[in-house]
Ligand binder design. Sequence first.
Ligand code: OFO
Length: 171
Amino acid sequence: MISKKVEEAINLQIKNEEHSSRIYMAMASWCETNGYRGAADFLYKQSDEERMHMLKFIKFLNDRGGYSVLASLEVPASQYKSLREIFDHVLSHEEFITASINQLYEVSLNEKDYTTGNFLQWYINEQIEEESTVHGILDQMKLLGDDKAGLFHIDKELGAMAAAKVIDVLA
Ligand code: OFO
């Protein structure tokens, strides 16, 4: 049986993952209506991936005898100045998520819940990958510049990344 503290911490993370999914969907919608089809595809996929992260936590918590509950969420921003602003925001959001996963890991260790600690390893690795992907995109943006030609290439690149992205399915 899972402890109340771990249950609460996982429910908070469920909220964070669902919020991530909504943030990326809002960004995708902005990109789609501002001429960035590749970036939109990338962010829609990212939104699906966050939903999968949320679902994975929901099933884990329920399987362990806890109860996953959904929380109310902040409305995501709907206006952005540029593609660069969007990806700066994605990076700071992912850094926040990494910190929240680390916090959850700490709670599980304090509660001597090694099963949850072990489950969280997947998320810890996933965060390394997510941050590194966004760093790569921002590096490319700096390199190519934010004139029309640079943005055109970045958008194409993001579209190719979206097409190649395979979302992990739940075990
Ligand atoms: Fe769920 O990893 Fe991004 O937020």
